[in-house]
Design a binder for this molecule. Structure first.
Ligand code: DOR
Ligand code: ZN
Length: 351
């Protein structure tokens, strides 16, 4: 049995509020626990977007009352310049969307991006930046020295830019998603709309560059980018981008261990301790996950807890069953049932 201390997924979209028909904090944080997690950090491209004090307070109240696992919330940077609304504390960071995605939080103006870097006094900025946009953000990191987490990096070029930036000594970290490691654009033939997400699936050469960066230590975190959309929405004329991932990330990384790509130590860094260091959190006493790393099984939708009930990895034979999850000395999962009520979860950046 492998013991992992305080697993964190710093990149999830739990929905709720006006998007409760897709998924809710209660459902998706239960899915997070079943996936082995202590804590998840929710992105601000919700409905309403988390870009004002009022929207943040509404979200804080709702997640505090209904979350099963511990959590953090990002504040969103807006194109119109919402620095007068920035929270003083209580969030896990500022999120900047610098390329198009779900929601309406696109920042395509470098001067506005710079104002956000100038004004944000929190510890972390997390960015959605693809291809050349990575270089534009790196210019701001170089100037303002705010720790910047590059979310869901997906190409060989981006890995090249960021490896050089790390060698230069810039304060950055890199997140990669399991879907970019285990799927490529070739899989779109079989996955169809269920393989659509942002950043999109890439080539086999990009995939190989990502694996190399996971293996050699350049990648800091494996993040799910858990983005539940209903089956009906995915099958509609305008399928939204995003795939669920909270319950498949750990088993896919245990599969990577069985494939000889990473060892136990690296798995624990990628899923727990690197995020703890970057966000400066120590897991509270009695916060860990026990995983039977030799249990092998295919991913099947009937066992998923996410409200949307599907996965792009259905049928993939993975390793690693979560047997127990403990948070703050309380057992919250026994391998079958969630053992705590809604509202048990606390804000990791708590007020
Ligand atoms: O595929 C995606 N879905 N990428 C994102 O950046 C956002 C997410 C969502 O919210 O659905
Ligand atoms: Zn995302």
């Amino acid at each position: 049995m492998l013991k992992i201390p305080g697993m964190i997924d710093p990149h999830v979209h739990l929905r709720d509020l006006d998007w409760s028909y897709k998924a809710t904090f209660a459902f998706e944080t239960a899915a997070a626990i079943a996936g082995g997690y202590w804590a998840v950090f929710d992105m601000p491209n919700t409905a309403p977007s988390t870009v004002t004090q009022e929207a943040l307070q509404t979200k804080l109240k709702r997640i505090d009352a209904t979350a099963c696992c511990d959590w953090g919330l990002y504040f969103g940077a807006s194109q119109t310049g919402n620095w007068d609304q920035y929270p003083v504390d209580g969030t896990c960071g500022l999120k900047m969307y610098n390329n198009a995605t779900t929601g309406d939080l696109l920042l395509d103006n470098q001067a506005v991006r710079e104002e956000h870097y100038k004004h944000w006094s929190g510890k972390i900025i997390a960015v959605h930046a693809e291809e050349e946009t990575v270089l534009e953000i790196l210019a701001l990191v170089r100037k303002y020295r705010v720790w910047t987490h590059f979310c869901h990096i997906s190409t060989a070029d981006e890995i090249r830019y960021l490896t050089a930036a790390k060698e230069e000594g810039l304060p950055i970290s890199i997140g990669v998603c399991p879907h970019h490691l285990y799927l490529t654009q070739d899989d779109l033939n079989t996955l169809g709309v269920f393989g659509l997400m942002k950043p999109e699936l890439k080539t086999k050469a990009d995939q190989a560059a990502l694996w190399q960066a996971v293996e050699n230590g350049v990648v800091d975190i494996i993040e799910s980018d858990h983005a539940p959309h209903t089956v009906a929405e995915k099958q509609s004329d305008k399928p939204p981008f995003g795939v669920p991932g909270l319950e498949t990330t750990l088993p896919l990384m245990v599969l990577a261990m069985h494939e000889g790509r990473i060892d136990e130590k690296r798995l624990i860094e990628l899923l727990a301790t690197n995020a703890q260091k970057i966000w400066q959190l120590s897991p509270p006493e009695g916060t860990y996950t026990l995983v039977d790393v030799d249990a092998q099984y295919p991913i099947e939708r009937e066992y998923l807890r996410t409200a949307v009930g599907w996965s792009p990895f259905e049928g993939v034979r993975v390793f690693g069953k979560v047997r127990e999850v403990w948070i703050r000395g309380t057992q919250v999962f026994d391998g079958g049932k969630i053992l705590v009520d809604e509202g048990f979860g606390e804000n990791c950046f708590g007020l």
